[in-house]
Design a protein around this ligand. Structure first.
Ligand code: CP
Length: 309
């Protein structure tokens, strides 16, 4: 059994490949599980930015495992509105909870929280930086939908510049011998830092502005929303906002077994008509978040053994 007890989860780089695979195997055991193994444990959600899936799937996980959740879902209802610093908030709330979940618009906020907190901190998204638990559930979904993690032909399409879910997933895929194609408007290219991660790992990748050439060979298409809230200049957003829409016509060029994923929420980058397509995996992907986050909480809080044995 890998040792997760008491660990922070700030970036995917905090975990070795074997640990990630162990977590995915653990998550399979937590699917559909309701058992009070977290009885007596309190988890605090410090969400300074909107969230539906991350916030509610963590709350669902805690509830199904018999723990308690406290917290807030927007900065305006916390004492940040009165000028309290994040460091002070963390130092106070760690006295109320056994683990902190933090989402924040600023890159590095989760790392800062972890430096001040004695209890474990899980990064639930820090600006455009990373979203590690999204990546763990993405990997869980890929393994379910594609049957394996190694050697897949993966196309990322959309906002690769600001998409923190993409940044985390690209970093992890370097360990799985993926062939990667990056489709985005030039303004929304994958940042240099992540391209260097791919290059250093010897992962071959292609970049293009249109998906036509990439789609026929893809095992998985990972679509992302163009993130209006991260643009400093609204005029730049207007130029790229409608760059791509995946529809049934586009999918005619794809393999029959293509898996279509999206971290959600979506705006218009996947047409509603695609939802009924058997390989539209994005709602299943969101649902897998409960199993993956249940396993992670139980492992970090030292309560997973009776499920794992
Ligand atoms: N994928 C994701 O992080 O969704 P939320 O912003 O709704 O949590």
């Amino acid at each position: 059994m890998q040792d997760f007890v008491g660990r922070d989860v700030i970036t995917v780089g905090d975990f070795e490949k074997e640990e990630v695979l162990f977590l995915l195997d653990a998550a399979a055991r937590f699917e559909g599980l309701s058992r009070p193994i977290l009885a007596g444990k309190v988890v605090a959600t410090l969400f300074f930015e909107p969230s539906t899936r991350t916030h509610l799937s963590f709350e669902s996980a805690v509830g199904r495992l018999g723990g308690a959740c406290i917290g807030f879902a927007e900065a305006g209802v916390s004492s940040q509105a009165k000028g309290e610093t994040l460091a002070d908030t963390v130092r106070v709330v760690e006295g109320y909870a056994d683990l902190l979940l933090i989402r924040h618009p600023l890159e590095g906020a989760a790392q800062l929280a972890a430096e001040f907190a004695e209890v474990p901190v899980i990064n639930c998204g820090d600006g455009a930086h990373q979203h590690p638990t999204q990546t763990f559930l993405d990997l869980f979904t890929i393994r379910k939908e594609c049957g394996r993690l190694d050697g897949l032909n993966i196309v990322f399409m959309g906002d690769l510049r600001f998409g923190r879910a993409v940044h985390s997933l690209v970093a992890v895929l370097t360990a799985f011998d993926a062939m990667i194609t990056l489709v985005s408007p030039r303004y929304l290219r994958l940042p240099q830092e992540q391209r260097h991660v791919l290059a250093r790992a010897g992962i071959s990748y292609r970049e293009m502005t249109e998906p036509d050439e990439a789609l026929p060979d893809a095992d998985m298409l990972y679509v992302t929303r163009i993130q209006r809230e991260r643009f400093a200049d609204p005029a730049e957003y207007e130029k790229v906002r409608n760059s791509y829409t995946v529809d049934l016509e586009m999918l005619k060029a794809a393999r029959d077994n293509l898996a279509i994923m999206h971290p959600l929420p979506r705006v218009n980058e996947i047409a509603r008509e695609v939802d009924a397509h058997p390989h539209a995996a994005y709602f299943r992907q969101a649902h897998y978040g409960v199993a993956v986050r249940s396993a992670l909480l139980a492992l970090i809080l030292g309560r997973a053994e009776e499920v794992m044995e």
